[in-house]
Design a binder for this molecule. Structure first.
Ligand code: PLP
Length: 394
């Protein structure tokens, strides 16, 4: 008799965004004339750049002619795009072979699929507060999960403890939800831990494009020793507005071996078995992100989100409220005023100022007492939300 994967029964109900939707829905039912200032969204609001749109149109036309038509694409990615991505890394001083960069349909897909490389007996270490998919993907796989709480005392960037456990280590920098960014020294501590203990780091760099401090690493491969212990998962979703277009990339160095197995070669085998590559059209659009003009256009959009962040940071500075993120990240993680719980603060913001954010408790219990603002909303709404926040908390 078929037995389903019973681990699905171990998943906790993902109530966070459903609960927010319920609360805001009720509020609007009672106050139909009110406008909500939505500072909780993790999706981008600005459209794709002109260069990408033109490349997408051209690629669609290619598919209409026998001479330029493309069928199945190589499973690990279009060689031209892999070359472009490797040279993007090279600009930052990271030398990668084209074959070490795999094109994917986005970071979420990869974060789930990549777990195929690891035995079920391997444990997963998740630094919390965390992007919820890290925990859930491992619950589904039936893995032991080690929750490592972080907090204000370490700037939400913990270092490995002396008695640290964990085989698959999730590091997200810039972090969702806290906006905190690992510096070289802090990353090096994790790289050393992983190399010493035979662990593998899954480095989620989905927000790397938001780093503006030149001293901070965008990639874990900027840290010495990372090629023998890390996999990097990245995405054009937030960098270039590809949330609905879907393209990401994953770096697995050829030097990454564990117990006589080469993880790079295993991933080639995995991709050639489980995918038929990413759409030709989308890969063409993605390549346009990396042209000079494409880069200028994405910087234009990112600077609009950064301006949103500046309004919120200025307000929090004036109010004397502790926060992290914002400068090198599209998220701002603030401490709730007066030791308030994060859902209580959510209710007050909604009722008194019509601002909707995300309660920190939804990202793990150590997020209680904190609140996340996203800067992906409209500039007008963000400015007004910052003004309302100031009036409310002054
Ligand atoms: N990783 C983090 C930390 C994210 O916040 C998100 C999306 O919000 C993703 C990955 C997923 O990105 P993608 O759209 O490429 O699947």
């Amino acid at each position: 008799m078929l037995k389903p994967n019973m681990h699905y029964g171990d998943l906790k109900e993902s109530y966070l965004f459903a609960h927010i939707a319920r609360k805001t829905g009720l509020f609007l039912e009672k106050n139909p004339d009110k406008h909500l200032y939505r500072m909780g969204i993790g999706d981008v609001s600005l459209p794709l750049g002109r260069s990408v749109i033109e490349a997408l149109h051209e690629a669609v036309n290619d598919q209409s002619q026998k001479s330029s038509f493309h069928g199945y694409m190589p499973e690990c990615g279009d060689p031209d795009l892999r070359k472009i991505l490797a040279s993007y890394y090279r600009k930052r001083g990271v030398d990668l072979l084209e074959e070490e960069v795999f094109v994917s349909s986005g970071a979420s897909d990869e974060l789930g699929d990549i777990l195929d490389l690891f035995d079920q007996e391997s444990s997963a270490l998740v630094i919390e507060p965390a992007y919820p998919a890290y925990v859930d993907a491992n619950v589904i796989a039936g893995r032991k999960i080690i929750h490592l709480a972080s907090g204000k005392e370490n700037g939400f960037l913990p270092e490995p403890a002396d008695d640290q456990e964990g085989d698959i280590i999730y590091l997200c920098s810039p972090n969702n939800p806290t906006g905190a960014v690992f510096d070289h020294a802090k990353l090096k501590a994790w790289v050393d831990y992983a190399n010493k203990n035979g662990a593998v780091i899954l480095f989620d760099a989905a927000y790397e494009a938001f780093i503006e401090d030149p001293a901070l690493p965008h990639s874990i491969f900027e840290v010495e020793g990372a090629k023998t212990c890390a996999i990097e998962i990245c995405s054009l979703s937030k960098t270039a507005g590809f949330t609905g277009t879907r393209l990401g990339y994953t770096v697995i160095p050829k030097a990454l071996n564990r117990q006589g197995m080469n993880l790079h070669d295993m991933w080639v085998r995995n991709r050639t078995t489980k995918t038929n590559g990413v759409s030709y059209i989308i890969q063409k659009g993605a390549a346009a992100v990396f042209t000079e003009e494409g880069q200028r256009q994405i910087r234009e959009n990112i600077s609009i989100y950064k301006e949103n962040a500046r309004h919120l940071m200025e307000t929090l500075d004036q109010l004397g409220i502790w926060y992290c993120g914002g400068k090198n990240s599209p998220y701002i993680w603030m401490e709730c005023p007066d030791n308030m719980g994060s859902w209580d603060f959510f209710d007050i913001l909604l009722e008194k100022a019509q601002i909707v954010g995300t309660p920190g408790e939804g990202f793990g219990s150590c997020g209680e007492g904190y609140f996340r603002f996203s800067t992906f909303g409209s500039p007008e709404d963000t400015k007004e939300a910052a003004k309302r926040l100031k009036e409310l908390l002054e």
